[in-house]
Structure formats: structure tokens, C-alpha cells
Design a protein around this ligand. Structure first.
Ligand SMILES: [Zn+2]
Length: 313
């Protein structure tokens, strides 16, 4: 598939051409909603307590807000879309209070482990339920890339058991993360339960930093795992919507922490494009698994003209 047509993400005039590359109907819809977008942007700037950086009101940013608000309305979906510098392009997240993002913390546990073990990662045998994995039958022998792709709990519990917590806290802090309490259970380090909390913005910036370090040995393997996640792992809906090897992704399923209470919240981080990231989208979808939320994240990016060309009827 040769198509990564929305090449408005070029260096220089990053967003130039964004609008002409949107599917026509969406571009039209976005134009129609432009006034609403301005109003929404204004409201956001008033309502958001303190986004670390506010992006200039580029045309892409305005259109992105309008298109997402139109196509992904409703309280069940929260999202944060930033550029490669972490500047906010569009967002709808009711509060910037810390949340439990489930398995989205696993890559940072892996970085901490790699730092403490000479960038060497073990192969772990996941036996499923008996090793506290979400996949009852187990993943079998699994390495770091596959463990990220499949979000294997058994694998990351094994890493957590071999971690110097004080040194790990320094690693998390370097990424701008609060990290779990020093005496937190191993389960908390892999994102099980709700003890490890981070703000959506902190998570977003931590992922941007991680992806920028992919030339480093451990980070490179983790990023490969995120590519595999988007291709055939828990976030496989991302590649199936955007195109093969187009994006990096990670999912998380967490205890729902807001009202109305649901059984779970699904989280997905997508970094696009994989080769030279320009966009990062974090979504939370109320009442679904992380894998289900990946479908929403991918559809949201597609609505912005990102990824492979839609098949025209
Ligand atoms: Zn597993």
C-alpha cells in the first residue's frame, strides 16, 4: 500500500496543505463548523487550568478541533492531540487531574528496567491466569517487543520484581512522570489497579520523550514493540485503519475513575507517523477495553486525513 497521502506533515510549513488533503466531505464539514471551533477553542482556553504550552491557532488546529468535535462528540470520549513539541492542537479532557492509565505505564517500567540491567531484557514464560496475565491461556515465552505489543502482565510483573525502586523513581521523574509510591506493589508498576496515576499531559509528554530516544537500545526495542502493537497487538485497529507500519501505539485498560462509573476505561496512545513523529493522540473511551479504544483513536486520526487514502465509492 503506497498510500500515506496526507503529506502535510512535512518539515517547514507543518500544517500547510492540511485542509486540501482532508477528504472533501470532512473538509466541508470542518468549514461549516469553523465558528463552533473558534468558540470551542475559546472555551477550552478559559476552562483548561494550565496547559503547559498552548499551540498557536494554526489552521490545522482549528480544523482538527472542528472535525473531532463534529465526529466524536459525547462524554464517553476524552482526547488530547499534540504536536511533536507537546503543544496542544486540540483537546477535550474534562480535567487534568491525575488518572490511572493502566498499561500505558508499561513502557516506562521497561525503560527503568533496561537502565538497571545493561539494556538486557529477559524472555518470560506467560502462563496466563496463573501468572496474572489478562490473556487466560497465556502468551507463552515472550520477549520485550512482544510483551509491549500484547501488553502482557506476566512479563511486566517479572520486570517489576527485578527493579530497584529508588533508581526507577529517578527514571520516571526524568520523563516528567510522578511514578508510583515507593512502596507500591509490583502490580502498580505494571498499571494494574489504580495506584499509579499521571495527568494526561504528563503521559503525553513522556511518550514524546520516549519516542525521541528510539536510537537508544532499550527505548528502540520498546518503540519496536509499539510498532508491533499497532500492527498486530492490542492496538492493531490502528494499522488496519491508518496503513501498515504507519504509527506507533500502546493501549491500556484501567479501572474507571470518573462518573458515571463503568467497568473500565480504555486508553490508547498513537504516535504518527512512526518514522518521524509529528502528532501524538491520547484517547480515553469510557466503558470499553484499551483494544476497543484503539479503534476510536484510529478513526479520529483518519477523520483528520491522516493515514492511507480512504477507498472512494
Ligand atoms: Zn501474558
Amino acid at each position: 500500500m503506497g498510500g500515506k497521502p496526507a503529506h502535510y506533515l512535512r518539515a517547514g510549513s507543518i500544517w500547510a496543505g492540511a485542509i486540501s488533503s482532508l477528504p472533501f466531505s470532512l473538509a466541508a464539514a470542518a468549514r461549516a463548523a469553523r465558528c463552533a471551533a473558534w468558540a470551542a477553542a475559546l472555551l477550552l482556553s478559559v476552562a483548561s487550568p494550565a496547559p503547559a504550552q498552548a499551540a498557536p491557532e494554526t489552521q490545522f488546529s482549528q480544523e482538527a478541533k472542528a472535525v473531532i468535535e463534529r465526529n466524536f462528540a459525547g462524554k464517553n470520549i476524552s482526547y488530547l492531540l499534540v504536536d511533536a513539541s507537546g503543544a496542544v492542537l486540540a483537546e477535550r479532557w474534562p480535567s487534568q487531574h491525575p488518572i490511572s492509565p493502566g498499561s500505558l505505564v508499561k513502557p516506562f517500567l521497561a525503560v527503568a528496567y533496561g537502565e538497571q540491567h545493561g539494556n538486557q531484557f529477559p524472555t518470560v514464560r506467560c502462563l496466563g491466569t496463573s501468572t496474572r496475565c489478562w490473556l487466560p491461556a497465556g502468551h507463552g515465552p515472550i520477549d520485550i517487543e512482544k510483551a509491549i505489543a500484547q501488553s502482557c502482565n506476566a512479563y511486566f510483573l517479572a520486570l517489576a520484581a527485578g527493579l530497584d525502586r529508588e533508581r526507577a523513581a529517578l527514571t520516571f521523574a526524568r520523563y516528567g512522570l510522578t511514578g508510583p509510591a515507593p512502596d507500591a506493589a509490583d502490580e502498580s508498576l505494571v498499571g494494574l489497579g489504580s495506584a499509579w496515576k499521571e495527568t494526561p499531559m504528563a503521559l503525553t509528554k513522556a511518550y514524546l520523550a520516549l519516542v525521541k530516544e528510539q536510537q537508544s537500545i532499550s527505548q528502540g526495542r520498546i518503540v519496536k514493540g509499539m510498532m508491533a502493537s499497532a500492527a498486530r497487538g492490542t492496538a492493531r485497529e490502528v494499522d488496519s485503519a491508518l496503513g501498515e507500519s504507519t504509527a506507533l501505539a500502546k493501549t491500556g485498560t484501567a479501572v474507571c475513575s470518573h462518573l458515571p462509573q463503568a467497568s473500565a476505561d480504555g486508553f490508547t496512545v498513537v504516535v504518527y507517523p512512526s518514522a518521524q513523529p509529528r502528532l501524538l493522540l491520547l484517547v480515553r473511551v469510557h466503558g470499553v477495553t484499551g483494544a476497543e479504544s484503539a479503534k476510536v483513536a484510529a478513526a479520529m486520526l483518519r477523520s483528520l486525513g491522516v493515514g492511507q487514502q480512504a477507498v472512494q465509492p
